[in-house]
Design a protein around this ligand. Structure first.
Ligand code: FE2
Length: 272
């Protein structure tokens, strides 16, 4: 299977490059599965129903979230009727929506997609390690699904790496999101799980993690808020990771993807 995961789409700039590039990537690489993290898509905070639909129309098979999952209050309602929108699985009991889903791809394959929140430097959540154990027990790779992709939305690289080792051999891909800066450590772990500490954001890098830089710099230097955080609106970089899996659902190839904007470009060379 050919899988593309696209990191946190931030605001209008991120949405614009996703809409223009994803249809081309889907066709050029003959992608089987596309997952987009959309938790910062609406003005940097959360996602609306129309934006979620825009992502699906552009070629995403499903959309994952994170700590800003419910910043747009409408998400509390529409997530119940949108099975392709996945919020963190380790929310407390009773949260609306679903933390994992089995997505049928256009080619008829079954992909388990799980979203989880880390607990280091973020709000306290249920244990993500226990949560993934439950999800993979219920739907084991190679038996219940043809691919398993985990979006681990977390701040600390140590927690992400520990999580990667914890599920090595049981998932196709563990990719970190949330920090909004891509890491250079995309690789396949010994038992066959592709791993990247952070996919990076899909947004304008002439910014502080996607936001216009004046207000963040002012707050760091004065400790006084003087305005709102607004998404930066310059040309965005689409960031993510490309993975190819074998018949067992394990990774055989992995490479970072960066297109447009300020960052050095990167494209997987194995799909032509
Ligand atoms: Fe986040």
């Amino acid at each position: 299977m050919r899988i593309l995961f696209i990191g946190d789409v931030v605001g209008r700039a991120g949405r614009a490059i996703l809409s223009s590039e994803l249809p081309k990537l889907r066709a050029a690489f003959a992608l089987d599965l596309v997952i987009v993290n959309g938790e910062n898509a609406a003005g940097g905070f959360g996602i609306t129903e129309s934006i979620c639909q825009e992502f699906l129309d552009a070629g995403a098979d499903c959309v994952t979230l994170g700590n800003h999952a419910f910043d747009q209050r409408e998400a509390l309602v529409f997530i119940e009727r949108q099975p392709r929108l996945i919020r963190p699985a380790n929310y407390p009991k009773g949260a609306p929506g679903r933390g994992a889903n089995l997505i049928e791809t256009r080619t008829g394959a079954r992909a388990l997609v799980v979203n989880l929140l880390g607990r280091v430097f973020l709000d306290a959540m249920d244990d993500p390690f226990a949560a993934i154990e439950r999800e993979l027990d219920a739907c084991p790779l190679g038996l219940g699904c043809d691919a398993a992709v985990i979006d681990f939305h977390a701040e600390a690289t140590s927690e992400k790496q520990a999580f990667g080792w914890f599920v090595d051999g049981r998932a196709s891909l563990v990719v970190g999101t949330h920090t909004h800066a891509p890491t250079a450590d995309a690789r396949i772990l010994p038992a066959g799980t592709a791993y990247m500490s952070d996919a990076g954001m899909t947004g304008d890098y002439d910014s502080v993690i996607g936001m216009e830089k004046d207000e963040p710099v002012r707050r760091f230097t004065t400790k006084l808020p003087a305005g709102r955080f607004e998404p930066a609106s310059g040309p965005a970089t689409l960031c993510g990771v490309a993975v190819e899996t074998n018949a067992q659902g394990l990774a055989v190839r992995v490479a970072p993807v960066r297109i447009g904007g300020k960052l050095a470009p990167a494209r997987p060379d194995f799909w032509g």
